[in-house]
Write a protein of this length. Sequence first.
Length: 255
Amino acid sequence: MKLIRVIPTLLAHKNFLVKGKNFMNHRYIGDVYNTVKIFSEKKAHEIFLIDIFASKESRIIDLNLIKKIKKEIFVPLCVGGGIHNADSVGSFIGEGVEKICINSELENNFNIIEKIASRFGSQSVVASIDVKKVNDNYKVCFQNGQKISNINLKEYIINIQNSGIGEIVLTSIDFEGTKKGFDIDLYKAVENIIKVPLIANGGASNLDSFSELFDNTNLSSASAGAGFVFYGERDAVLINYPTSNELEKLITKYE
């Protein structure tokens, strides 16, 4: 039995919703606040909201925006962007945010996981890992995919898990925004070492993408961005999420 989760991941630049492909060429597609409200009204399993430029611009995801959002939505929310210490996490948890996503800080500071987990519980901290395939090897990347490290992916995942992480989001930069389906090989390569919930991200176009992933791996959670904000070959902006009946059919398949 799998406990299926289908999660919209929304990328932001301050108060603006943006989307790109392969972590590049991000374009404005709408207002963060209203988009998050729509996904809440559509009863998304949960929502990830990441300000992808916050670290680069030496700031943090807008707390006032998150306060406004939390007053209006009724689904779990995970936020990230420029969060570098446990005190900052406390500000968001205090406003009702369920989870905090950490990425850039993990390059040099694994201790932040233990500090957050000890204060707020492991369930409150999510590690975001971005990877590119280089010469048939998956490389961990930082700085929005611009910095390719020599870190071994499996060792990195094991170390993160040992630090007390509650969840991991693993994103294929090569597939991100392409709507050609998930990188099944990536998730099969790591599934045997995973001891915490793993969320696949990058490449989903519709529920068939999710079904293909769940059929071919041990995963039960996955996320999409382009598939939930674009429609058609020309990527017309259309906020969408599976209906209750569509989700029920998917969930029932794995019971």
